[in-house]
Design a protein around this ligand. Structure first.
Ligand code: SF4
Length: 395
């Protein structure tokens, strides 16, 4: 098994729909092996082992059941311990990582779920996968309009606590080579149904292309060593715009506004955005933003820099109901939205398995400090938070 749902349920996790902790889905599904995150390398390895009648134990980027724990594994609190203690559930959350071999005991004295750390995906791997001869012929209307999208990189260094990407494609950037992306575009313009528009150029956060650094396990977004110049991305955008047959290159993937610099922002707004530039500040209250791990940006400075460009409009994504949000914080957001006028969408926080915010939701604790936090649980309060925002449209 594999995919997003399986990846995020590979260990004991909180299930919002059943409102309880559940064992690893590998146990419930009776599957032999679980592939987590991006799975190209794992699938190739599994296929080759099956072909050669070899067992499937020890493949990086997979989880299996085992009667014992091999050396060099970090042992998570056991299933029983996290059922009995919310603090232990926080300890487990703090140990989750794609970069380590992890083991969780689900039955006394035997029965473990083993996670083999994620394989290293390199730029040449992504070049190979994304240069495969895709037909880009999409029949279903739901996903039409994205067939000419270009993935420039994987991973995200944002580490927002409500997002699961860190435990899927990782919290380090892996960027494709410019040459490979240019080759892909040159192939695209020769396709009979290509009309000149590139639907999207990006990744989880469009403006993290080229911010590759794997020197340590630190949090890159705050690190002085990270190259935030956007120089590789600006060069790439210019090159693609100049390719014969390309009329417009849209950037529809979200951008991290707290990373942008003036040169990138002006290129983006002038050449790559149709109508509104969408950004996701998510909230305006400092404590809530810290609990979301999204407190690094200066929204008002970004808005004034944007307005100085004098073209285009901003649209904002916000979130309500996140742990730490009581009516006072919702009121503060409502006031801000009234001033900003352009709230594109407000999402109601929904707990996704294995995220830090879901751990906060289930435990009412900040997993880092184990301090108690307020969590709006009742449907009535969430409805009230929606009402005071006075918006018709919610996600
Ligand atoms: S040195 Fe800084 S930018 Fe590089 S991996 Fe470590 S934290 Fe990230």
């Amino acid at each position: 098994m594999g995919g997003i749902e399986a990846s995020l349920r590979r260990f004991t996790h909180y299930d919002y729909w059943d409102n309880k902790l559940k064992k690893s889905i590998l146990l419930d599904s009776l599957a032999d092996i679980l592939v987590y995150g991006n799975g190209e390398k794992q699938i190739l390895e599994i296929a080759s082992r099956l072909k050669n009648n070899r067992d499937l134990f020890g493949i990086n980027g997979t989880c299996v059941k085992s009667n014992n724990v091999p050396p060099r594994f970090i042992e998570l609190p056991s299933h029983k311990q996290v059922l009995d203690s919310k603090e232990k559930f926080c300890d487990m959350q703090n140990l989750f990582s794609n970069g380590h071999n992890l083991a969780e005991q689900f039955e006394l004295d035997r029965g473990y779920i083993l996670q083999f750390k994620s394989p290293n995906y390199l730029p040449r791997d992504l070049d190979e996968y994304y240069e495969l001869p895709f037909t880009r012929e999409i029949k279903s209307k739901e996903i039409m309009g994205f067939e000419f999208s270009i993935v420039t990189h994987r991973g995200c260094i944002g580490n927002c606590n409500f997002c699961s990407l860190r435990l899927l494609s990782g919290d380090k950037i892996v960027s494709r080579t410019e040459e490979s992306i240019i080759r892909e575009v040159e192939k695209m313009v020769k396709m009979p149904h290509f009309k000149g528009n590139i639907d999207d150029l990006g990744g989880p956060s469009a403006n993290m292309y080229g911010m590759d650094c794997h020197a340590c396990e630190g949090e890159c977004i705050n690190c002085v060593k990270l190259n935030k110049s956007h120089s590789r991305l600006i060069k790439l955008m210019k090159k693609i715009r100049s390719i014969k047959g390309v009329k417009k290159v849209f950037v529809r993937s979200g951008i991290r506004y707290d990373l942008v610099n003036e040169e990138y922002l002006s290129q983006l707004v002038k050449h790559h955005v149709s109508g509104k530039l969408k950004i996701a500040p998510e909230h305006v209250n400092t404590e809530v933003l810290e609990l979301m791990n999204k407190h690094k940006g200066d929204l008002s400075k970004f808005i004034s820099d944007f307005n100085k460009l004098g073209c285009g409009e901003l649209a904002f994504y916000f979130m309500i109901g996140h742990p730490g949000t009581a009516m006072k914080e919702a009121e503060e957001l409502a006031q801000a939205i009234k001033k900003l006028k352009n709230a594109e969408s407000v999402q109601l926080f929904t707990p996704t398995p294995m995220t830090v915010s879901t751990c906060m939701y289930y435990t009412s604790l900040n997993p880092k400090t184990k301090k108690k936090i307020y969590v709006p649980y009742s449907f009535r309060e969430k409805k009230e938070q929606k009402r005071i925002l006075g918006l018709k449209k919610f996600n």
